[in-house]
Write a new protein. Structure first.
Length: 99
């Protein structure tokens, strides 16, 4: 686990390459879906279709965020470092920011 303490700020850098790859894949999918939303708007597509595509973008981004936070929490708990409590607290706040 890569965790740094700078003053009062605690950070975590995800180390699980499999999770990083999965999150990046989701974000690339969301990026493609967002491009589709722009095209749909430019083409004058109906609101229902645009909103459905926006919902797909939102879900992909939220899933990526939740995956990142949960994978980071798992690493923090498994490593049981001295500052794991502070890292866990910060990650929990991030989790709640997506809820």
């Amino acid at each position: 686990m890569a965790a740094k303490t700078t003053g009062k700020s605690v950070t975590h850098i995800l180390q699980d390459e499999e999770q990083i790859e999965a999150i990046a894949k989701r974000m690339k999918r969301a990026q493609g879906q967002m491009g589709a939303v722009v095209r749909m708007l430019e083409e004058g597509r109906n609101c229902e279709d645009v909103v459905m595509q926006l919902a797909a973008v939102n879900k992909a981004i939220n899933t990526a965020g939740f995956t990142l936070i949960s994978a980071s929490l798992k690493e923090c708990i498994e490593e049981n470092r001295n500052n794991s409590e502070a890292v866990t607290e910060k990650l929990q706040k991030l989790f709640l920011s997506l809820a």
